[in-house]
Write a protein that binds this ligand. Structure first.
Ligand SMILES: N[C@@H](CCC[C@H](N)C(=O)O)C(=O)O
Length: 258
């Protein structure tokens, strides 16, 4: 079977996208894992289907590079909005449905895609670190000298530790640059490696670094793949109106034999 695909990236978090509005792709775990393989396939951190929806502009279905369907992907959602726009689905405000519920998105004047993330009402404290769900489950650990931090080794140890081994977790290491800026590096579940950026992870880290007890926050975030920003309102432990903002870029398209 010949498969037409598109490749997009958001701050270096890269994705294969398939336009599934008229077709009905039923790819196996092995096929998705092959497509995402950087040596034998196309290469990507994940694969997304843009599906038809009767009630939303489209439906987002997300698979990790290991071939398994997973929970929400923030950078993926932003790339899928850019893809929808590129294939002619033009909207001022996009509304799409994903595994964690409905999402809104729009383009900024500079081309950045801003994606609304689900509300968060609980940050759990875990042996001095933090656990929260921003559409996907995240572990946040504050570190120093992040450039030299052993993200793969330490992230993998936490991800496969007793409490998280079964469901898996994404592990984010965060260093504060100043009151409004943090640097984040993430070990991603399902890729089982450090990626250049993780949108739901960056969002989780920004919420942990909120600096107002009540009110609007904007946190700038450095990742290995570029800059993102997270905006949100905080009221006690409740975070709402959360927006993940950043670039989303078409890389190439092609066809591959399956
Ligand atoms: N890269 C993502 C997160 C993708 C899902 C994650 N690997 C998981 O399984 O939880 C993002 O940008 O949010």
């Amino acid at each position: 079977m010949q498969l037409n695909f598109y490749k997009y990236q958001g701050t270096g978090n890269d994705f294969i996208i398939l336009d599934n509005r008229t077709k009905n792709f039923t790819l196996t775990t092995e096929q998705i894992n092959f497509l995402c393989n950087r040596r034998f396939g196309i290469g990507a951190d994940g694969l997304m289907l843009l599906n038809q929806s009767n009630t939303y502009d489209f439906e987002m279905k997300y698979y990790n590079a290991d071939g398994n369907e997973s929970t929400m992907c923030g950078n993926g959602g932003r790339c899928l909005v850019k893809f929808a726009n590129d294939i002619g689905l033009k909207k001022e405000n996009y509304h799409f449905i994903a595994i964690d519920g409905p999402h809104e998105a729009h383009f900024e004047k500079n081309g950045w895609v801003d994606l609304q993330m689900k509300n968060v009402d609980n940050i759990e404290h875990y042996y001095g670190d933090f656990l929260l769900n921003t559409g996907s489950p995240h572990y946040v650990k504050i570190v120093t000298d992040i450039d030299n931090y052993e993200v793969f080794k330490e992230g993998r140890a936490i991800r496969f530790s007793k409490d998280f081994e079964k469901e898996g977790i994404n592990v984010n290491f965060v260093e504060m640059v100043n009151e409004d800026t943090i640097t984040v590096r993430t070990y991603e579940r399902g890729v089982e490696n450090e990626t250049l950026s993780c949108g739901t992870g960056v969002t989780a880290a920004a919420l942990v670094f909120a600096h107002n007890d009540a009110g609007f926050n904007r946190i700038e975030v450095n990742t290995l793949g570029g800059k993102l920003a997270v905006e949100f309102d905080k009221l006690g432990e409740n975070f709402s109106n959360i927006w993940l903002c950043g670039p989303a870029t078409f890389v190439f398209k092609g066809e591959i034999e399956l």
